[in-house]
Design a protein around this ligand. Structure first.
Ligand code: PLP
Length: 389
């Protein structure tokens, strides 16, 4: 049976070239990078090359990159690690947004239960956080602002440089979750005034289980893991060498392919949007979620408007999958639960419409034929289980 994968936002397949680069570090190059002997030192050199490869993409220096086990850990590290230091300065207020990934929302909730107060900026109908809205929430005790670069469900891009500037003018730390933008948009930690930035390898054709946190030089962050002095004392534990090598290689390939990938994704997105327009044939039962222009080139998120069409939202996703199309209803981490997406609710979609949502996300190997197939399955599912009202 034909199957099409359109869930690249959840994860990407490992690039075979990345796999080849990793292989020796599972077998012959097995040394511990902390060891003084040659087995250790040759690995240490490779590890530092990977750090440089990642750093160079965001205009950082290698010493500002700390490898973690995931984007989730990077977010936890950024928020909890900096909060502990800010607490000592009496800066116990955090500003964030309701459309953040759970890997930001949950640490914020944790901090709220541990002596911090958290303000959530409202977003507009596209899911965008405005600079004015961030400014409105600032207080004398605000120590940290965390606003994601682009949203993982609807793809809307935030004005990170402006929010970063606002933070820096007030002496406030600025963190951004760039897990979905690393490799899709250009990121410059200097001109964008970013102090802390989270990224993850498995979204860029690298291995799972490895991420990184950019920590601007001089930024005070407390370690979450204590033990040996690895990662310049910021994260104890023997480094996941093969994964770090893979992340470095994936970043290197991404840098080379940046323009080509961007063009491909934009072309596919335009094609999918045009096919969906054809599908609705002038009727407005389909709503496109996310900003019409300021959004990621690899995401199309659509809802079936509850005022125009009745559809069982669980059956929708299931039938797409049975038809061979792998999409999701929201972020991968929350699918499986019956809750409507917190992002769509923040954008003021009604609950029923929010539940009847599909996110199509595509990557390097997505073809026009894949889109044709996905749209034809979507059309037949709507016809079978949808009822116009
Ligand atoms: N932040 C965003 C915006 C994401 O999309 C994801 C994963 O989907 C994460 C954080 C978590 O990253 P990881 O899967 O590496 O823990």
């Amino acid at each position: 049976m034909k199957r099409v994968y359109l869930d690249y936002t959840a994860t990407t397949p490992l690039d075979p070239e990345v796999f080849e680069a990793m292989k020796p570090y599972f077998l012959e190059k097995f040394g511990n990078p902390s060891s003084i002997h040659q087995f250790g030192q040759e690995v240490k050199v490779a590890l530092e090359e990977s750090r440089l490869s990642v750093a160079s993409i965001i205009n950082a220096v290698p010493g500002e990159i700390t490898f973690t086990a995931s984007g989730t850990e990077s977010n936890n590290f950024a928020l909890k690690g900096s909060a502990e230091r800010l607490r000592k300065k009496g800066k116990t207020h955090i500003v964030t947004s309701p459309i953040e990934h759970h890997a930001v929302l949950e640490p914020c909730e944790y901090l709220r239960n541990h002596g911090f107060s958290v303000s959530y900026c409202e977003v507009d109908e596209w899911g965008k956080v405005s600079v004015d809205e961030v400014q409105r929430h600032l207080r004398d005790d605000t120590g940290l602002i965390s606003v994601m670069h682009a949203n993982n469900e609807v793809g809307t891009i935030n004005s990170i440089a402006e929010i970063g500037l606002l933070a820096h003018e007030r002496g406030i730390l600025f963190h951004t979750d760039a897990v979905q933008t690393f490799g899709k948009l250009s990121i410059d930690t200097q001109t964008m005034n970013i102090d802390l930035l989270s990224i993850s390898s498995h979204k860029i054709y690298g291995p799972k289980g490895i991420g990184a946190l950019y920590i601007r030089r001089g930024t005070d962050v407390e370690s979450l893991l204590h033990g040996g002095g690895q990662e310049r004392g910021r994260r104890a534990g023997t480094e996941a060498v093969p994964l770090i090598i893979g992340f470095g290689k994936a970043a290197e390939i991404m840098k080379k392919r940046f323009e080509k990938d961007a063009l491909h994704l934009t072309t596919i997105k335009q094609y999918l949007l045009s096919q969906l327009e054809e599908l609705t044939a002038g009727s407005d039962f389909l709503l496109i979620n996310g900003h019409p222009t300021e959004s990621l080139p690899n995401i199309v998120n659509v809802s079936l408007n509850s005022k125009k069409i009745q559809i069982d939202s669980d059956a929708l996703l299931l039938n797409m999958d049975l038809g061979g199309v792998a999409v999701t209803s929201g972020s991968a981490c929350t699918s499986g639960s019956m809750e409507p997406s917190h992002v769509l609710l923040a954008m003021k979609r009604d609950e029923q419409t929010a539940k009847a949502t599909l996110r199509f996300s595509f990557g390097r190997s997505t073809s026009h034929e894949d889109i044709d197939f996905a749209v034809s399955i979507f059309r037949s599912v709507i016809k079978r289980i949808g009822k116009m009202v």
